[in-house]
Design a protein around this ligand. Structure first.
Ligand SMILES: CC(C)(COP(=O)(O)OP(=O)(O)OC[C@H]1O[C@@H](n2cnc3c(N)ncnc32)[C@H](O)[C@@H]1OP(=O)(O)O)[C@@H](O)C(=O)NCCC(=O)NCCS
Length: 183
């Protein structure tokens, strides 16, 4: 598969591939922050070594067509977050996006901007018919951000908490369909 994580520019952001130098800054900016990971499937990294390992694995996957963007805010180039196709199903014509951004940049509309741009990029550059997201029902900021980016709720699912198999969490499933102009 060709490289699919190509640079995307928006009014305030550059979304680009991760490089190895990003890892220690990513650790400081969001990967070590328990407030960022509260509703995520992973726990805060305990050392920048852990961040290095995950960033390296993303870099190794680019040639296989993975979609893993590093978010930078202009003028950059500091990494401040990520937006990723956490599930990718080319044969079924859809993917699911996951994303996070450093706390110092919350509530400025930046993830809405990133999510819209990545959805547009995917519809233009692939033949995917829809893009899926989800959020923990208590993570209202994420729900709001997804709605602002054009995603609509398609239902709720009760799933085990990825960090505590004995507890259940309610997730809202969201999706945006390929625009008619691109069909
Ligand atoms: C969720 C997250 C990605 C949102 O990013 P962001 O750049 O702050 O999002 P935006 O600024 O584009 O939009 C956030 C919206 O949520 C609203 N919001 C913030 N906190 C809220 C809360 N506790 N309850 C309800 N709405 C809230 C903001 O006011 C804003 O809406 P508005 O523009 O109508 O005022 C970011 O908070 C984050 O990285 N969180 C940790 C990781 C995470 O939860 N990722 C998503 C997993 S599904």
């Amino acid at each position: 598969m060709p490289v699919r994580t190509r640079t995307i520019r928006t009014e305030r952001l550059v979304l680009r591939q991760f490089s190895e130098e990003d890892a220690p800054v990513a650790y400081d900016n969001w990967m070590s922050d328990p407030d960022v990971t509260e509703f995520l499937t992973w726990s805060p990294h305990r050392s920048s070594y852990e961040s290095c390992r995950i960033v390296r694995s993303w870099i190794r996957s680019y040639p296989q067509g993975s979609m893993d963007w590093c978010i930078t805010v202009l003028p950059g180039p500091e990494p401040v977050g990520s937006i990723t196709a956490v599930q990718d199903h080319p044969d079924e014509g859809y993917c699911e996006l996951g994303f996070c951004i450093a706390k110092k940049h919350w509530n400025k509309g930046l993830m809405t901007e990133a999510l819209r741009a990545v959805a547009e990029y995917i519809f233009v550059n692939t033949d995917y018919m829809w893009i899926q997201t989800r959020y923990d029902k208590e993570n209202e900021a994420s729900g709001r951000c997804q709605e602002k980016a054009g995603f609509k709720s398609v239902g709720e699912v009760l799933l085990p908490n990825p960090k505590d198999a004995d507890a259940m969490r309610t997730y809202v499933m969201m999706r945006v369909d390929r625009p008619k102009t691109l069909r």
